[in-house]
Ligand binder design. Structure first.
Ligand code: ITT
Length: 203
């Protein structure tokens, strides 16, 4: 199956291609086929993933997979959440990381709990969708650690691993990460081929 990967984020693209490799799909990316991402107007990761996947499936005529993800920090009432990619209005990862540290100044370690969430939506041109979700609990450090990964990885400490995402090689990050979990949910659903489509009873 040819599947359009509807993301412009190189870090996500890498992780999705690697994690979904067992399916044997042929991936088509935005640098191969024109794709104009829609405005992310949703209030939840699900809403935004649906918007992106549906727009991509319409524009390309291919089944399209979108990933909407982000960081929810408890001490900030769930911020940055769906605004993770534009937190503080900053364009670069390092600037957003500094801004997050600034917002958490004075918050003690035990109150710096947070989770990463990823929602994957596979949308077909006929409107059918599949939705998969993964979450990982962790803590925001007071200074970055590690140089691997992308985004908020250097600040996100995973207690059960004893490391930040940025200190993990790709396979280890995938084992613990929100995206890795969402990908495994998809792989499980696709274990015997395309999952059966639910027939909705008439209202
Ligand atoms: P697309 O919409 O084109 O996929 P995006 O980066 O704008 O790319 P989102 O709107 O879903 O995607 O924003 C997610 C942001 O959350 C992302 O830019 C990172 O800052 C952060 N994020 C998500 N997953 C992450 C991960 O595994 N590690 C670090 N940061 C992550």
């Amino acid at each position: 199956m040819r599947v359009f990967l509807a993301t412009t984020n190189p870090g996500k693209l890498r992780e999705l291609k690697r994690g979904l490799a067992p399916l044997g799909w042929t991936f088509v990316t935005p640098d191969e086929l024109p794709y104009t991402p829609p405005e992310e107007t949703g209030m939840s990761f699900e809403d935004n993933a649906l918007l992106k996947a549906a727009a991509a499936a319409q524009q390309t005529g291919l089944p399209a997979l979108a990933d909407d993800s982000g960081l929810e920090v408890d001490a900030l009432g769930g911020e940055p959440g769906v605004y993770s990619a534009r937190y503080g209005g900053f364009k670069r990862d390092v600037e957003r990381n500094l801004y997050l540290l600034e917002r958490l100044k004075g918050v003690p370690p035990e109150k710096r709990t947070a989770r990463f969430v990823a929602v994957l939506v596979l949308a077909y041109p006929d409107g059918h969708v599949e939705v998969y979700r993964g979450e990982t609990e962790g803590r925001i450090l007071e200074a970055p650690r590690g140089h691997l990964g992308f985004g908020y990885d250097p600040l996100f400490f995973v207690p059960e691993a004893g490391r930040t995402f940025a200190e993990m090689l790709p396979d280890e990050k995938a084992r613990y990460s929100h995206r890795g979990k969402a990908i495994r949910a998809l792989l499980e659903a696709w274990k015997h081929g395309p999952p059966p489509r639910e027939i909705k009873p008439m209202e």
